[in-house]
Write a protein that binds this ligand. Sequence first.
Ligand SMILES: Cc1ncc(COP(=O)(O)O)c(C=O)c1O
Length: 437
Amino acid sequence: MISEVHLQESDPEVFAAVDRERQRQNNGLELIASENFVSSAVLEAMGNVMTNKYAEGLPGHRYYGGCEFVDEAERLAIDRACKLFNCLWANVQPHSGAQANMALYYTLLQPGDTFMGMDLAHGGHLTHGSPVNFSGRTYRVVSYGVKKETGFIDFDALAKTARGVRPKLIMTGSSAYPRAWELAKFRELADEVGAYLVCDMAHFAGLVAGKVHPDVVPFCHVVSTTTHKTLRGPRGGMLVSSEKGGELLLPGMPKPKTITEALDSWVFPGVQGGPLMHVIAAKAVAFGEALRPDFRTYVEQVVKNAKVFAHELVSLGYDLVSGGTDTHLILMDLSSKGWTGKAAEKALEKAGITVNKNMVPFDPQKPMVTSGIRIGTPAITTRGMKEPEMKKIAQLVDRTLKNMNDDSVLAAVKAEVAELVKSFPLYPKSLVLRGAS
Ligand SMILES: Cc1ncc(COP(=O)(O)O)c(C=O)c1O
């Protein structure tokens, strides 16, 4: 018999840590571009008995018995993902964005093959070929980046390189590039050089779903994503494709497989074991939410907020990479002020504002120091904040940065942050911690 004692009584130490994290989220300003606040329905779907179930395989084809109900949840997640991104196939099992990318590379490349991805310092992700990541250790990586003068992708240089090295795959998408990805010309180039075109839309998947970012799925052989960030679901990964699937003969495989069949088998058993069925249930819930009209209103506001935030920062005299944003994120370049991202992150944290230090293109600083900070609007928009709050927050960021070493100013900003967030309540204790009083 399972005891009904709630966490508060059964493990007060973990309870206290979770509750302090709830309060931190409630009381601060969350500007990390890759974070968001999930709904109570998503939280509930993640914390339930589906965590108990082993379900290796795919719905209807499992290696374990008793899968009929987790099959229902996974089928809902797949169907909703296909509707959301207008695709023909989805695999909702990757535990994370990094694992989705691993399955994707393993499907389309052989160790030692050449692929192109965006340089980490120019906005790319570790899994796009960084030497400290498996992607950079397994394959020959040729990076591309942005133009120094504009901060926009240097497509001419990228195309010239691609014609020279003839990569087997071109990875698009990014973690810190503030501009929209227009993939039609990437596909033309990929076809010309005989490469697969893939996109990691982890950061802007919610914007694609809400149609405030140009579509990427029709142009790519495969698209990977996280299900958190702008998509506002549980932490996790996913692969989608609208390819009908050409024949793809993989060495060591007894018979030819379509790309999507090969992707399925590279997720499991290729790089993962049993899927996290409670997280898959929560993915289904989040995709259901993203299919509703109010999600589109939400992502429209995310982008409007980022543009107003960026405009205010520029008016206050800050340099932004590419001069602004088309998306949910802003990359501030603090080098002309003589400040580092590390110092800025720390000061903002003291003032109740959470951001992350971030490399900027051609950054002279080391990755643990950096010259930039990345700012995002998904989480504060979920709280209901709009244009007037964006201006106010940009001014608070400015005051903090100009007084980085003055603890009394940082305390005063923190008090203003606390006052501001009171009007935008987030998680009550009873919702996050069942049984909590
Ligand atoms: C573009 C991109 N891809 C992949 C990932 C990795 O996702 P995860 O942290 O779920 O492994 C991230 C995470 O920040 C990302 O920004």
